[in-house]
Design a protein around this ligand. Structure first.
Ligand code: HEM
Length: 138
């Protein structure tokens, strides 16, 4: 028995939520089973390593900067009551900056791959259709 749908379901809870209408408007188009599976795989692969690496690097940097860590504790004590909620996020300005500053030297996605499908002019350079090429913006 699933928590959301009332029927047994092999999908994770986020998807059970979308199927049962918990997080889907009634008039929204439904996804096929294949589309649903593709979305889950994309979310897991794109979202898990990136978020965990970002958090790990932010904690690493905080461990090396006790002054910033102290200010972070002060911000949390000021903004958050007992339990942090989404509504607290806009007021957690320092935490936002800590995450951004962690992403700058330690970006989890440090290389991007693109394939040109149509010939394009990039300033003095041109880009012809061809196999994918990778760039590391940093
Ligand atoms: C700190 C965390 C994250 C970072 C640094 C990050 C970084 C990126 C970057 C740089 C791209 C563009 C890649 C490219 O164009 O080649 C991207 C795309 C994407 N990310 Fe993230 N991401 C993060 C978290 C997440 C999470 C949590 C999810 C989903 C739950 C997610 C889902 C996606 C998806 C679906 C795309 C492809 C978008 C598209 O091209 O249509 N990401 N991400």
């Amino acid at each position: 028995m699933s928590r959301f749908g009332g029927t047994r379901c092999s999908r994770p809870s986020i998807v059970i939520g979308t199927r049962s209408g918990v997080v889907r408007a009634d008039d929204a188009p439904r996804m096929s089973e294949d589309e649903l599976t593709d979305q889950i795989v994309t979310f897991y692969t794109a979202g898990m390593a990136t978020s965990s690496a970002t958090l790990a690097w932010a904690l690493h940097l905080l461990a090396r900067h006790p002054d910033i860590r102290r200010r972070l504790h002060e911000e949390v004590d000021t903004v958050v009551d007992d339990t942090a909620s989404l509504e607290d996020l806009p007021a957690l300005l320092l935490i936002g900056r800590i995450v951004t500053e962690s992403l700058r030297p330690y970006p989890p996605v440090w290389i991007l791959t693109r394939a040109t499908s149509v010939g394009t002019a990039l300033g003095a350079l041109g880009s012809r259709p061809g196999p994918p090429s990778s760039t590391a913006p940093a």
